[in-house]
Design a protein around this ligand. Structure first.
Ligand code: ADP
Ligand code: MG
Length: 339
């Protein structure tokens, strides 16, 4: 029989990878915001039109890219963030897969403008469906502006299955919250269809939470802090009286990365046992910092799942720390739940 196996062309491989990385406009927002953070931006602007279906633009004041790097950034597995396999166990950046820009450019019309501090003049690149249509010098400020237009223009099935603008915008705002909460010292703005949605000045954790969720949030917060050899915890839980039927604000960050962890969530719930009505949920914003060597984040393309070396220790410490913090704020158990 004849040999029948062949390597897929890059643009096809990119499109396949895009299927995993880019589920919806919010996935693009996440990837672009994280790239801006990794570039050391102190100010990040997000501009969205039609729930990201028409335009997602991120403007940052980060380090920018050289002309060669600007072109390479759209290649698959092209990254400045790791060099060798062992770097995977010592990650200090959000990105490392080198897949986001290649994936996004495979399924949208992308324009990149960028300039480093060292270069006089910047670069502009236009790319559509993995094909570069234009590359030229451009007069731009230091930093990077990426515009992603007509997402899924070449995958009608995906485009048609996008939800309403309200739902897709909700997802975008969720991603925006996660990055903005994890980086309070960075200024963020977001506009949607020309309207201001967020204007978050450079601040601290508490102030960032209040700026996002409203001034009433301030009185709800109980600070949580603990430092051990393997883990530092800081952040806030809501006072038990503010537990609600809907899940509301529940955020875990590990090394400044938003993660979903049903296991740690359970640890928080168990610390609230006896303090809140069954079926209600406490709000929390918890920032865990661990040695990057003790976690594995390379489990899922969106990097929201995490494996800890010692899960049980994390659970026990988190639970004890929250119990202690709630106790310090002299919150006695509410025994009569019918009041
Ligand atoms: P990753 O973030 O996993 O490295 P990406 O595809 O998201 O992969 O980006 C590829 C590379 O492009 C990055 O490693 C980085 O060097 C560069 N890059 C992307 N976005 C920016 C940005 N906003 N500012 C500076 N460099 C960027
Ligand atoms: Mg990235």
């Amino acid at each position: 029989m004849k040999d029948i196996i062949q390597l897929l062309p890059d643009h096809v491989a990119n499109q396949i990878a895009a299927g995993e990385v880019v589920q919806r406009p919010a996935s693009v927002v996440k990837e672009l915001l994280e790239n801006a953070i990794d570039a050391g931006a102190t100010s990040i602007k997000l501009i969205v039109k039609d729930a990201g279906k028409t335009l997602i633009q991120v403007i940052d004041t980060g380090m920018g890219m050289s002309t060669t790097d600007a072109r390479l950034s759209f290649e698959r597995h092209a990254t400045s963030k790791i060099k060798a396999a062992e770097d995977l166990f010592n990650l200090h950046t959000k990105g490392f897969r080198g897949e986001a820009l290649a994936s996004i450019a495979a399924i949208a019309h992308v324009e990149l403008k960028t300039k480093t501090e060292a270069s006089e003049i910047g670069t502009k690149i236009s790319i559509e469906g993995s094909t570069v249509t234009e590359q030229e010098p451009a007069v731009v400020p230091q930093g990077t502006t990426i515009s992603v237009k007509n997402l899924f223009y070449n995958i009608p099935a995906r485009r048609n299955f996008l939800k309403s603008d309200t739902v897709e915008t909700r997802h975008i705002i969720d991603e925006f919250h996660r990055v903005a909460l994890a980086h309070p010292s960075v200024a963020f703005t977001m506009t949607h269809n020309g309207n201001d949605v967020f204007n978050l000045p450079e601040s601290n954790e508490r102030q960032r939470i209040v700026n996002i969720f409203g001034t009433k949030t301030n009185e709800k917060l109980v600070p949580v802090t603990e430092e051990t050899e393997i883990l530092t915890i800081d952040g806030f839980v809501f006072k038990p009286e503010f537990a609600r039927k809907s899940r509301g604000e529940q955020f875990f960050f590990v090394n400044n990365r938003f993660v979903k962890s049903p296991y740690l969530h359970h640890a928080v719930l168990s610390a609230f046992e006896g303090l809140i009505k069954p079926g209600t949920h406490p709000g929390y914003f918890l920032f865990l910092n661990v040695d990057p060597k003790s976690i594995d984040i390379n489990i899922h393309p969106t990097k929201t799942e995490i494996k800890f070396d010692d899960e049980h220790a994390m659970y026990a410490m988190l639970r004890a720390t929250i119990k202690h913090s709630l106790g310090q704020f002299s919150i006695a158990p509410v025994l009569d739940f019918n009041k």
